[in-house]
Design a protein around this ligand. Structure first.
Ligand SMILES: [Ca+2]
Ligand SMILES: [Ca+2]
Length: 92
């Protein structure tokens, strides 16, 4: 799924082995809603919960979840919660 020769894009790898830059490109390419954290096709309380659980975490943190980092700044903050709240109720 990755272009392994495109090493210039490799900035960081989280505990799941995802390169975050590539991760966001893949999610964007699949047309998924970034705030759909658990990937079930809708933005609801389950996604809020996932971000709440990872809240305050960062790359390499034990509660880090790349899906919960909606804005891609490698930290789970109030901004990520805000973005989910903004999309709340959306579905694909
Ligand atoms: Ca969801
Ligand atoms: Ca974030």
């Amino acid at each position: 799924m990755w272009n392994a020769t495109d090493t210039g894009l490799y900035v960081a790898t989280d505990i799941y082995g995802y390169n975050c830059t590539e991760f966001f490109k893949i999610r964007a390419a699949t047309g998924s809603i970034l705030s759909d954290i658990n990937g079930d096709g809708e933005v609801n309380i389950k996604d809020i919960w996932a971000v709440a659980y990872a809240f305050g975490s960062y790359l390499s943190h034990s509660r880090w979840n790349p899906f919960a980092d909606v804005n891609g700044d490698y930290r789970i903050t109030i901004v990520d919660l805000y973005l989910i709240a903004k999309d709340y109720g959306k579905s694909v």
